[in-house]
Structure formats: structure tokens, C-alpha cells
Design a protein around this ligand. Structure first.
Ligand code: ADP
Ligand code: ZN
Ligand code: MG
Length: 484
């Protein structure tokens, strides 16, 4: 029985820090420049070149550590992690090891199953490696090309405790983590460019057990969907193995999105012995406790705090607040609409409804939306003032989006204002009654539902502009034979 096993998942996330230059040299970190355009003796690992730690990278790392609730250590150290690979010219990666920058954090967020708490084991600084290009060249069948632009790009590695219990939960957490890192301005969230990468560690254990099972590490999952699918596959694979009486092997596996399977990359026997030792060219990183505290105090509002504020300040339902704080831009857009319109709930409805539908249709993000928050607020104010109503509002929204004209102008130029004029409505109602004697007879014979049909006819005749409440009232009055 599948349900008698509990999945256990811990993530290791590599996050590129948004500094202009690399972690130990002045080379640019710009993405998309020609191969090997941003290199120097330090990041190429040439003999005698000395690393100098990038202050901005330290600040960003400390900021991220605070945002994840970690304790930032006053003293941390760098080590050499030795392994041989073509894209690692020094033969070792400089990384923090036994004394990492920060430890002991927690990330809390609202998910589908309520509150989730994930412990953060550690956050440490390290440099990225170069990139091996195995395809794209005429002689790619014989040669591997190397691009060292990434070599020495500053990273933090964030290691979570094994606190996640489902594939969806792991993907959700990764998304929340991304939102936090982007919100505090240390990462651009661009997973396609490799700015944020995730390894997932997965094991299963009998339900109720508190010890940990043998884990498998899934490497380089670069989207939320890949995290979810790879972990899902891995849980099923391990469950089947155990049910068949075999054991899960401690190994590293690769996710293949094209087949939807994980394949073995290396077993425990091939596990690297990195022969870590202290980096002799870098002194311990010693931070001033006051500076550590200053960085914490300067943290911008985090997504979860913002979600809570949206509920409190704007009276939004939890659901709306969760959706609207999924990204900083979306939250900013909503807040601008809410403040300019004075009607937060209507603002939320328009942003999550018609605007989201439009974005979906166009395949764009909130950053590409051309409709300004002020313009949307203008529409909401017209509705709240009773100038337009019901069916017309959606049409004005679409016109506004397509033309960029303000709602007020569209309403005026196209004569879309709500009809509140009692004689005009009475005339429209009378015309509908005259044209539909059968429906009138049915209503008078006690078929109350017929009223809805008649209301619909009046709204149609007035192109959706009639005040619906007034139409209802007038219909009832005229049908009951009271000529008013
Ligand atoms: P390793 O020594 O293999 O690097 P760590 O103890 O450093 O393992 O943990 C690495 C990651 O694996 C962490 O995110 C941790 O939460 C997770 N992890 C550790 N043990 C397990 C397990 N049995 N099942 C799932 N995840 C685990
Ligand atoms: Zn360099
Ligand atoms: Mg480890």
C-alpha cells in the first residue's frame, strides 16, 4: 500500500547573487556575453592569482540569510573543495564548509494544507564553476567547449532540513524561496539562465517512523515543475522498490524531463571525497555584529509578511492575499490599484480576474502589462460611483486595455453611462412587455422565473446600460398592473 510510506524531502538550492562583479575578482557577471569574455587570471585559476572577497556579495548573502531567519555567524571561513572537472580550472571550488556564513533558520508559509515550516540548516557562500558546452559546434561530436564566464560568479547555497513531505510541497517551497530571494533583491529568479537551481534529496520511510530512510539526490532541477515531477517519480520509484522487497540505494540521479524518469548518475561508491581544507589565500570572514544587525533592519518586507498585511490593511481574504503576494510586481500592482481606487476588494477582483485572464491570454507577466494601475483604478471608481454597471464594465475594461484610453473617456465617447432615468427605463420595460405577451401571461399565471427572462430582454435592449435594480423594480411594478 502506497499510503503506508511517508516521503521525506530536503532541498539544496544554489542562488546566484545579483552583484555586478564576480566573488573573488572584478570580472563582470553579465549574462549572454560572448564565451570567455568575462575572465581574468583569478577566475581562470592561473597560478599566483589571488582571490579578494566581494563585499557586495557578502552583504547580499547576509541579507538572504536574515530573510530565511538564520543566525549570521560573526566568523565564517572558506575552504577548498577539490575535484577534477574540465570546467573547474583551479581543480577546486572555493566554498564555505565547516564554518558557514549562517545557520538555523526557518521559512514559514501558507500552503494548501495550512502552514508549512521548513528549517534552514545553513546558508553558505561559494563560487560557481564554468560551463561545458557539449553541443552546438560543428565538431561537437569530438570536442567539448568551455565557457568560463560563470566561473567565479557568486552563489549562496541554501540547505534545508528534511522537512518537506510531498512533491507538491517541495515545488511550492521552492517557489516561495524564489519569491523571497527576488523580493529582497539578491537574485533575479531567472531559472532558465541558471540563476536559481535546486537539488532535491528524497527518501521514504514507513508511516509513523521517525528515523530517516536512505536518500537519493536529484541534481539540477531548474523549474518548479521539474522539482515536482522528479520528486513524484522518485517517490513512486522508491516505493515500488521497497514493496518488491529491494532496497533504495544511496545515489545521485539525474532527472530527464523528456522521459519523465530519473536515471542513475553515480552511486555511493563513486561519491566524491572532496578533501576539503581551509583556503590559505582568504582570511576568515569576520563581520561586525552591528553591521550584521543593520543589514537585518534594512530588509524589505518579505512575501509572507506582506500577505498578512494585505489581509489586515485591506481586509482581503487569505486566498486573495496569497495570490497577490506571489510576486513583488503583482503585489505592487495590486497595491497601486487599491490605493488609487479606494476599493481594495474590487481591485483584487479585477487584478485576479479580468486582468489575470488577459495576461494569460497574451502569455505575459505583470511586468509586461500596459494598463496602468491608475487606469484600472479609474474604472473601479466609475463603477463605485454608479456611472457604469454590470455588463458594460467588462467591455470598458477590454477597450481600456486595447486602446489605453481612460475608462471615463470611453464611457463618455461611447455613451455607456448607466441609465438611471426612470421614464427611459419604464419605456424600455414597456416595450419588452408589449413584445413578449406570452412571457407576461406566464408571469401573471404564477411562473416567477419568467421575470429573469424579461430583465434579460430589457438589459439587452439597453445594451447592458440600464440600472439593473431599477429594471427589476420597474418590471415588477408594471407587471403587477400598477401604472405608477
Ligand atoms: P550529505 O551528507 O549527503 O550532503 P546532508 O546531511 O548534508 O547530506 O543533507 C543534504 C540534504 O539532504 C539536506 O537538504 C537534507 O535535509 C537532506 N536530507 C538528508 N537526509 C535525508 C533523508 N534521509 N531524506 C531526505 N532528505 C535528506
Ligand atoms: Zn575574473
Ligand atoms: Mg552535505
Amino acid at each position: 500500500m502506497r499510503s503506508s510510506f511517508e516521503p521525506v524531502i530536503g532541498l539544496e538550492i544554489h542562488c546566484q547573487l545579483l552583484t555586478a562583479s564576480k566573488i573573488f575578482c572584478g570580472c563582470s557577471t553579465a549574462y549572454g556575453v560572448p564565451p570567455n569574455a568575462s575572465v581574468c587570471p583569478v577566475c581562470l585559476g592561473l597560478p599566483g592569482a589571488l582571490p579578494v572577497l566581494n563585499r557586495k556579495a557578502v552583504e547580499y548573502a547576509v541579507r538572504a540569510a536574515h530573510a530565511l531567519g538564520c543566525t549570521v555567524q560573526q566568523t565564517s571561513t572558506f575552504a577548498r573543495k577539490n575535484y577534477f572537472y574540465a570546467d573547474l580550472p583551479k581543480g577546486y571550488q572555493i566554498s564555505q564548509y565547516d564554518r558557514p556564513l549562517a545557520t538555523g533558520g526557518t521559512v514559514t508559509f501558507q500552503g494548501e494544507g495550512g502552514t508549512t515550516r521548513v528549517g534552514i540548516t545553513r546558508v553558505h557562500m561559494e563560487e560557481d564553476a564554468g560551463k561545458s558546452l557539449h553541443e552546438g559546434f560543428a565538431d561537437s561530436d569530438r570536442r567539448t567547449y568551455l565557457d568560463f564566464n560563470r566561473s567565479g560568479v557568486p552563489l549562496i547555497e541554501i540547505v534545508t532540513d528534511p522537512d518537506l513531505r510531498s512533491a507538491a510541497g517541495a515545488a511550492d517551497f521552492f517557489a516561495r524561496l524564489r519569491a523571497i530571494l527576488v523580493a529582497i533583491g539578491v537574485n533575479d529568479g531567472n531559472m532558465e539562465e541558471g540563476s536559481l537551481r535546486c537539488d532535491a534529496n528524497v527518501s521514504i520511510r514507513p508511516a509513523g517512523s521517525t528515523s530517516l530512510g536512505v536518500k537519493v539526490e536529484l541534481k539540477n532541477l531548474n523549474s518548479f515543475r521539474h522539482v515536482q515531477r522528479a520528486v513524484e517519480f522518485e517517490i513512486a520509484r522508491q516505493t515500488e522498490l521497497v514493496l518488491a522487497g529491494s532496497q533504495v540505494e544511496h545515489e545521485t540521479r539525474l532527472w530527464d524531463p523528456s522521459t519523465g524518469r530519473t536515471v542513475s548518475m553515480r552511486g555511493k561508491e563513486d561519491a566524491h571525497d572532496y578533501r576539503y581544507f581551509p583556503e590559505p589565500d582568504l582570511p576568515p570572514l569576520v563581520l561586525d555584529p552591528e553591521w550584521i544587525d543593520t543589514v537585518r533592519k534594512e530588509l524589505p518586507e518579505l512575501p509572507d509578511a506582506r500577505r498578512q498585511r494585505f489581509v489586515k490593511q485591506y481586509g482581503l481574504p487569505e486566498y486573495d492575499a496569497t495570490v497577490l503576494t506571489a510576486s513583488r510586481e503583482l503585489g505592487d500592482y495590486f497595491e497601486a490599484v487599491a490605493l488609487a481606487s479606494g476599493n481594495p476588494k474590487a481591485s483584487s477582483n479585477w487584478v485576479m480576474g479580468a486582468l489575470a485572464a488577459r495576461m494569460n491570454e497574451l502569455g505575459i507577466g505583470i511586468g509586461d502589462v500596459t494598463l496602468t494601475p491608475e487606469a484600472l483604478a479609474g474604472l473601479i471608481r466609475l463603477i463605485d460611483a454608479g456611472t457604469i454597471s454590470g455588463p458594460v464594465t467588462k467591455a470598458v475594461f477590454e477597450k481600456m486595455y486595447d486602446t489605453g484610453r481612460p475608462a471615463q473617456q470611453i464611457v463618455e465617447e461611447e455613451g455607456l453611462s448607466r441609465i438611471d432615468d426612470a421614464p427611459a427605463i419604464a419605456a424600455a420595460v414597456q416595450a419588452v412587455l408589449d413584445a413578449n405577451p406570452a412571457a407576461v401571461a406566464q408571469y401573471r399565471a404564477g411562473k416567477g422565473q419568467t421575470l429573469g427572462f424579461l430583465v434579460g430582454q430589457v438589459m439587452k435592449a439597453t445594451k447592458g446600460k440600464a440600472n439593473p435594480a431599477l429594471v427589476n423594480e420597474t418590471l415588477r411594478r408594471l407587471l403587477s398592473g400598477d401604472a405608477g
